[in-house]
Design a protein around this ligand. Structure first.
Ligand SMILES: *Cc1c(COP(=O)(O)O)cnc(C)c1O
Ligand code: SF4
Length: 335
């Protein structure tokens, strides 16, 4: 990530914050004044998929509360190591779908570019915990193959940058990619799927914003916020320049037991998203990834919550409740 030999003045603030993230459960529990008894279960799970939490995100957690909804998303727990039938290492069969390395096309008209395997935060429910991203992500030497694929795939009108987290890449590389995509006539839309501005809002540097909006593509950003406590005034301030430059801001959440599976959190999340200029887009049922079974919410409870949201909120604040099914032509609505 960061070269230790680089002089401090060259390291921008978001990169320094990444380097200073919590990477050990003991460190995080001490910071939050939480009893170390939790550690005995935490450590074996941490060895399988390491804890990673930027301090900015940890600062939004409630001190002394082991059930804090933000902490639960990132703290390794012994429950993760219990094998559960139906929970797999590649639940949505992504590995079969890459036409060239780093490119994933499941749906008509849009492709996903897996720009990097890296993320600023390790979310415990993420399929990334098992994904051999080293092989599948789009490292620099492979991007020309991916771009050639896009050039000859005339039916593709939208490119989605994903990962990992695409905003882990440098401002310059993202700007170059935007320019290149703009030069391909049939590509009209660029979308960025990212959690980085949520857990580390300083990532939205003026250079990044310029780079992501300087080309002529219609651009959107899909953030990933699961709980209203993740949102602050700082987000409103940092996201405003993106909206001013015409970017559409959306959000996707994952429905997670013990985190946001209650009507108050979900309604509050939608309203807080709107207050920072973001429209709720998807509420995902969990991908059944090994290690995440304790987060699963049953479909009938999910539906009930969704109906309650519809009864309490304007339609534009109700996200679509969906699941990803292998082989389906789109995300599948839960009915
Ligand atoms: C989720 C997903 C998309 C985006 O789907 P939309 O319904 O357009 O938001 C695109 N490609 C892949 C492979 C996906 O998994
Ligand atoms: S890909 Fe998204 S959900 Fe998965 S660890 Fe990274 S930020 Fe979290």
């Amino acid at each position: 990530m960061i070269h230790r030999t680089r002089p401090a003045w060259q390291v921008s603030s978001w990169q320094r914050q990444l380097a200073e993230a919590f990477t050990h459960p003991e460190q995080l529990l001490r910071f939050l004044n939480i009893d170390h008894a939790l550690l005995s279960g935490s450590l074996p799970a941490h060895r399988q998929f390491g804890l990673r939490v930027p301090r900015w995100f940890a600062n939004r957690m409630e001190k002394g509360n082991p059930n804090d909804p933000l902490l639960r998303q990132v703290l390794p727990l012994g429950e993760e190591l219990r094998a559960e039938p139906g929970f797999l290492t590649d639940p949505v069969s992504d590995l079969d779908q890459a036409p060239v390395p780093g490119v994933l096309q499941k749906y008509q008209g849009r492709v996903l570019l897996m720009m990097t395997g890296a993320c600023a935060v390790n979310c415990r429910y993420c399929f990334r915990r098992h994904y051999p991203y080293g092989e599948a992500s789009l490292e620099r030497d492979q991007s020309s193959a991916a771009l050639k694929f896009l050039e000859r795939s005339v039916e593709i009108s939208e490119v989605i940058l994903s990962g990992g987290d695409p905003l882990m890449l440098s401002d310059r590389r993202l700007a170059e990619l935007g320019n290149h995509l703009q030069s391909i006539a049939h590509i009209r839309r660029l979308r960025i799927h990212t959690r980085l501005p949520v857990v580390l809002p300083d990532r939205l540097t003026p250079e990044l914003i310029r780079g992501l909006t300087a080309h002529g593509l219609e651009t959107s950003m899909v953030l990933h916020v699961n709980h209203p406590h993740e949102i602050s005034h700082k987000h409103r301030m940092m996201l405003a320049p993106l909206r001013e430059r015409g970017m559409v801001l959306l959000n996707q959440s994952v429905l997670l037991k013990g985190v946001n599976d209650d009507i108050h959190s979900l309604c509050n999340l939608s309203e807080k998203l709107f207050s920072i200029g973001v429209i709720p887009y998807y509420l995902h049922q969990l991908d059944r990834v090994a290690g995440a079974a304790h987060f699963e919410v049953a479909d009938d409870h999910a539906l009930e919550l969704h109906q309650q949201m519809q009864a309490r909120l304007p339609g534009y604040l109700v996200p679509r409740l969906v699941r990803e099914l292998p082989g389906a032509a789109s995300k599948t609505p839960i009915k």
